[in-house]
Write a protein of this length. Structure first.
Length: 162
């Protein structure tokens, strides 16, 4: 067919993907998935470790504030073998002191408590013994140090393992 100017009408060609194109695209997607997938999983796992350690630090800070506000004694029992930290509220007066477990934090697999006292205690006055809790993530060669001071200050440090 001709237009009014005697030029042939250009027909658009529609190009489809060939089987080879599809195989190459699927192969590249698979290759990217095998390279990126494990790295994303590892990064997610490490972020989980950081979140758990920040949760522990926040819980210890909260113990101090709650002890002052409620005039109660709070204790965090640390079980390195079972890899858990248990927050206990101690109410009442001796000898009839009652304890109630308020929260248990379980460490995920891959975090190991390497140094810690058996318990952290915050008195009703807000006073806390200075202590150090060291938790390691050997797969990432990282060490987390949680430091407490008598004034109730809590610091969390992350550093490379040595």
């Amino acid at each position: 067919m001709y237009r009014g100017t005697n030029e042939p009408m250009r027909v658009r060609q529609q190009r489809a993907f060939s089987l080879i194109d599809i195989v190459v695209i699927v192969g590249l997607a698979g290759l990217v998935g095998t390279i990126v997938g494990p790295r994303v999983k590892r990064a997610t796992e490490f972020l989980c470790y950081r979140a758990v350690m920040q949760d522990i630090a926040s819980t210890v800070r909260l113990m101090h504030a709650r002890a002052l506000n409620g005039q109660q004694r709070f204790t965090m029992r640390i079980d390195a073998v079972a890899e858990r930290l248990q927050l206990v509220v101690v109410g009442g007066r001796p000898p009839s002191e009652r304890e109630s477990v308020e929260r248990t934090i379980w460490l995920p697999r891959g975090l190991d408590i390497t140094q810690a006292p058996e318990q952290l205690t915050v008195r009703p006055t807000g006073e806390m013994l200075p202590s150090v809790i060291v938790v390691e993530a050997p797969a990432f060669q990282r060490t987390f140090r949680l430091l407490t001071s008598p004034s109730g200050a809590v610091q969390l440090h992350e550093e490379p393992s040595t």
